[in-house]
Design a protein around this ligand. Sequence first.
Ligand SMILES: NC(=O)c1ccc[n+]([C@@H]2O[C@H](COP(=O)([O-])OP(=O)(O)OC[C@H]3O[C@@H](n4cnc5c(N)ncnc54)[C@H](OP(=O)(O)O)[C@@H]3O)[C@@H](O)[C@H]2O)c1
Length: 360
Amino acid sequence: MGGARAGPGERFPRAFTAGSQWAFWVTVGISAGGLIATVALIPPEQLQHVEESAAVAWTATRKEAFGAAAASSSRPGRGCSALMSDKTPEDHWRRTLMKARRKVAVAGATGRVGRHVVDVLKTGGHDVVAMSRSSGVDVITGEGLAEALAGVECVIDVATGSSPEQEAATEFFATAARNLHEAGERAGVQRMVVVSIIGCDRFTAGYGAAKVAHERAMLSGPIPVRVLRAAQFHEFVAQLVEWGMQGKVSYVPKMRTQLVAARTVAQALADLATGPESAPPPGSSGTPILEIAGPREESLVDMAKLLAARRGEPVRIEGVSDPADPDRDLYETGALLPGPDATLAGPTFEEWLDAGEHEP
Ligand SMILES: NC(=O)c1ccc[n+]([C@@H]2O[C@H](COP(=O)([O-])OP(=O)(O)OC[C@H]3O[C@@H](n4cnc5c(N)ncnc54)[C@H](OP(=O)(O)O)[C@@H]3O)[C@@H](O)[C@H]2O)c1
């Protein structure tokens, strides 16, 4: 056996190289069942990435798995995405070993969820191409798209237009999907991951119907696509309060929702983009659609009140139901709530507020 390289400030994990042909990655840890040792054979060109990722994982899992997140172990959780099932640093390192460094493009990189996707991917050691109009890439006109996708293996689509109206949003998503598939195919992109909304297929109008059109347009292109439907983001509550403002009153929709942090959704999207799972076949509309939501059901009106109180804003929140909306009953009857196989992951809205994540 050749050289031994020290792990991230600990005795283990360590990498041992044997000549220039092979590298072994060794982790040792203690679990409830006793001492665990794992040895993995990895290509030497992946060694630096594995070591960097393990350093990040070590810091993150010590802080989260054994700190704040340990307290969350009592939170309900099902279906678990890969990261969220990590219970120990060994789990995280094992999964890290299964991942290769990838070049991933993010459409909508500056948005509520897009900025977290970029950060999560960079933290995981991946090469990231951040695409948005502010960085000179327009998924509607196609400007800058071919250049941005050169050498990219996976695209994560979290772009959305400025209008939530059905017609404008449908037009945006159909055009963006067509351009991403066309430019992506020319560039050799192997898979795409797109975020959608839980329950959108029950809506006959509005933005929900536009998201169904978005899913269909993405799934019918030549590049294999995975769809992840998410619940409303914690970050979206402030937007709804702002949209509903009339004087000192904000009228927000009466809605049952299982709010989820954009960061949590970003992690799941990054896992789908970079994980070892084989991509579904192109045009795979039969592939199960995945769902991710927060740990518990909330009332949007109550969460909006909580947000306003935390911000110390003198705004009164009123719950409303839009008589002009043909789907208005769906908001109150739980159509936006996750199904039984959804991944549920924290923080709750209140924990997210406590952590100060809502502050600019
Ligand atoms: N918000 C929620 O609660 C929620 C819940 C579930 C799913 N989703 C889905 O998640 C996705 C992202 O939502 P979000 O709330 O994060 O959106 P957002 O904050 O409004 O961000 C939209 C992003 O799209 C980019 N963009 C807009 N037009 C573009 C164009 N022509 N070319 C390239 N980029 C463009 C924007 O950057 P520039 O303006 O710089 O171009 C921005 O980065 C959407 O598909 C939405 O349906 C949202």
